[in-house]
Design a protein around this ligand. Structure first.
Ligand code: ZN
Length: 444
């Protein structure tokens, strides 16, 4: 656009969450993005003349949004299994542990084949980007090469991503899908080293013990040390299903709780995200809060695999960082809009059981899917909303595209338009997706 340090300027409606407000709407704001993709100003539209002088852009170069369009922050999927995208929307007839043995482990073991991995990983990155996931926290498989390939594909398409090579040295049901303890540690070191060597701007490794049941105590300790020595993120699963919680108790008799298993092995840090947590006790939530560890709420999966209901209110009451995840393919939808809807459904189901509870509002669910997710992944310094200095990770939403699933009425204001989009919209309404200032959807 110009040499004044601003590459693009947008004017129109914006909706985002801030530290102090679950939803802040601005019907007429102007936002500038610099060459590095960072937001350099975000101000009321009436300031446009002074901003154009200050930043040296022509007002004629501003990209104007239509009245039925708005920008919202890109969504953060805090928990998704890329390899399981191969069977998304199917295989939802078994509870967690049987489901893993029958469907998941046999499919994940196929990712030793890089052609197979290339096909599925390309599709999952494209599908999630189209649905507005600008940041994804991925589980891959135990295979180092395929996990590196997932990182390359995310980088190619411009998605912000944490990539986890899955670590597991225990698997009695599908014995060919595991590694020896030393091999797993060495391959994790190699994966981290190789991925960091690529110097991708937006794609980083995350230490990924599958869950306590799949890992020996020795492996968990090694992974805790690897995360600490490299200052890396950590992801795993916790307290998803009652049978699993019981089994962990039997496998780790020296630990006082499931949370204690991860705590004792150095895996509960302020860069840890644990999926599910349906059965975490108040004492465990207090440990999460003290450590700064986060929970990824995956409501579609929790219902689809008949796992449980996370009481979101109670997690928030304990001031534990909380975001949403699709948990593909335990969750059958790769869309974070679905995660928002299922989070509200789960909250309402709990309210039916306990009239004292307050249901989650759409505004709160919106915050969890955007800023909340960025906090969960400790990326809230660079994404999650439109604060000046952050990267421009954004969705341009158009309610009136041809074939739109949403009808607009004359009295619908910006808040109504946003609520309709969250409840009724889909990828047809997400006309453009930006990550770090770069347009990544439509695909170039
Ligand atoms: Zn999962």
């Amino acid at each position: 656009m110009s040499s004044g340090g601003v590459a693009r300027v947008f004017r129109g409606a914006f909706a985002h969450s801030t530290r102090d407000s679950v939803l802040s709407v601005h019907p007429d704001f102007v936002l500038g993005v610099n060459e590095q993709g960072k937001i350099v100003f975000f101000e009321d539209g009436t300031n446009v003349e002074s901003l154009s002088h200050q930043w040296g852009f022509e007002t004629s170069d501003i990209e104007l949004l239509a009245p039925h369009e708005f920008f919202m922050p890109g969504m953060v999927d805090t928990h998704i299994h890329a390899p399981q995208y191969a069977y998304t929307g199917t295989h939802l007839d078994l509870p967690l542990l049987d489901w893993l043995n029958r469907y998941t482990f046999p499919v994940e073991s196929c990712y030793v084949d890089l052609d197979f991995a290339q096909d599925i990983y390309t599709k999952v990155v494209k599908r999630t980007l189209c649905n507005g996931t600008t940041t994804a926290c991925y589980f891959a498989t135990i295979h180092t090469e395929a996990s590196l390939l997932l990182g390359q594909i995310a980088d190619d398409f411009g998605q912000r991503a944490l990539i986890g090579k899955v670590c597991m040295d225990q698997n009695s049901m599908v014995p060919n899908y595991k590694e020896q303890t030393d091999e797993c540690k060495d391959e994790t070191d190699r994966f981290i080293h190789e991925l960091l060597k690529k110097k991708y701007a937006l794609v980083k490794p995350i230490v990924t013990p599958r869950f306590a049941i799949s890992c020996s105590s020795s492996l968990l300790s090694d992974l805790g040390k690897i995360a600490k020595n490299n200052d890396l993120h950590i992801q795993s699963h916790i307290s998803e299903n009652k049978e699993e919680v019981q089994l962990v108790k039997e496998l780790f008799p020296d630990c006082t709780s499931y949370t204690d298993v991860y705590l004792k092995h150095g895996l509960l840090t302020d860069k840890t995200v644990m999926a599910h947590g349906c059965y975490l006790t108040d004492e465990e939530l207090m440990i999460f809060h003290e450590k700064g560890a986060a929970v990824s709420h995956c409501p579609n999966s929790n219902i689809s695999l008949i796992s449980g209901f996370l009481n979101v209110r109670n997690v928030l009451k304990h001031k534990v960082k909380l975001g949403l995840g699709t948990d593909v393919a335990g969750g059958y939808s790769p869309s974070m809009l679905d995660a928002i809807r299922r989070a509200m459904d789960t909250s309402k189901a709990l309210c039916i059981q306990d009239a004292q509870l307050q249901p989650l509002s759409y505004k709160e669910a919106f915050r969890l899917a955007t800023l909340g997710g960025s906090e969960v992944l400790s990326l809230d310094d660079c994404t999650g909303n439109f604060e000046v200095g952050k990267d421009f990770d954004a969705l341009r939403v158009n309610i009136c595209v041809p074939g739109s699933p949403i009808d607009l009425f004359p009295r619908d204001d910006l808040e109504v338009i946003l609520e309709k989009f969250l409840n009724l919209g889909d990828d047809r309404n997400i006309v453009k997706v930006y990550v770090a200032g770069k347009q990544v959807v439509p695909f170039s």
